[in-house]
Design a protein around this ligand. Structure first.
Ligand SMILES: CC(C)(COP(=O)(O)OP(=O)(O)OC[C@H]1O[C@@H](n2cnc3c(N)ncnc32)[C@H](O)[C@@H]1OP(=O)(O)O)[C@@H](O)C(=O)NCCC(=O)NCCS
Length: 165
């Protein structure tokens, strides 16, 4: 599914020419606070290549999100992640600061969860969130994810939520 739409957003499969928008997004300190910190352009270039390869290998991955007038709003998707040596599929989302607080993340999280569980028939999806990222935790709860456990990842306290088919 290279493209999909929600009520207010359009999503397009990650491409090479999304680099500039992603570099700008990842250089924002507020956006990157719970994403491991700001990323230098070279790091985002590698990130883009890795996530495009994920699409080629698995048939799903990250999408770039735009408002209906075509403005870059952020990126979101579903992708493989190793958690305590278990291959899981996580839901991920990040929006430009100016788009926070309008319900966009909840809208896209609900759509992505349906794509993962119904379209791709995955048994479950997880959300892996810093304990203190209250907004993201709320987004997962609104998309019907259930709190499963607390753990640490790269030295940070995180919580794992899960949605099942
Ligand atoms: C997390 C993020 C995606 C949320 O996006 P958003 O579009 O503002 O989210 P929504 O508007 O759909 O929903 C946010 C919910 O969290 C609530 N919220 C906001 N800040 C909160 C906080 N500090 N603590 C608890 N809840 C909070 C909002 O009130 C809203 O809930 P409501 O609809 O019941 O009122 C956005 O802040 C972001 O891009 N952050 C940077 C990247 C990131 O952290 N991604 C997640 C990594 S796991």
């Amino acid at each position: 599914m290279d493209r999909f739409s929600t009520d207010r957003l359009t999503a397009e499969r990650l491409r090479e020419d999304h680099l500039d928008d992603l570099v700008t997004l990842h250089l924002n300190a507020e956006v990157s606070r719970y994403l491991g910190g700001v990323r230098a352009p070279e790091v985002t270039k590698t990130y883009l290549a890795t996530n495009m390869a994920h699409w080629d290998q698995h048939g799903f991955g990250l999408w770039v999100l735009r408002t209906k007038d075509g403005a870059f709003a952020g990126r979101a998707g579903i992708r493989h992640i190793l958690v305590d040596d278990i291959d899981e599929i996580e839901i991920a989302y990040a929006f430009k600061r100016e788009f926070w607080g309008r319900g966009f993340a909840s809208e896209v999280a609900i759509a992505l969860t349906d794509i993962g569980l119904s379209h791709h028939e995955l048994p479950s999806l997880i959300g892996l969130v810093y304990v203190s990222n209250g907004a993201s935790r709320r987004v997962l709860e609104k998309a019907n994810y259930i709190l499963e456990k607390s753990t640490t990842r790269h030295g940070n306290d995180v919580v794992i939520y899960r949605a099942r088919r």
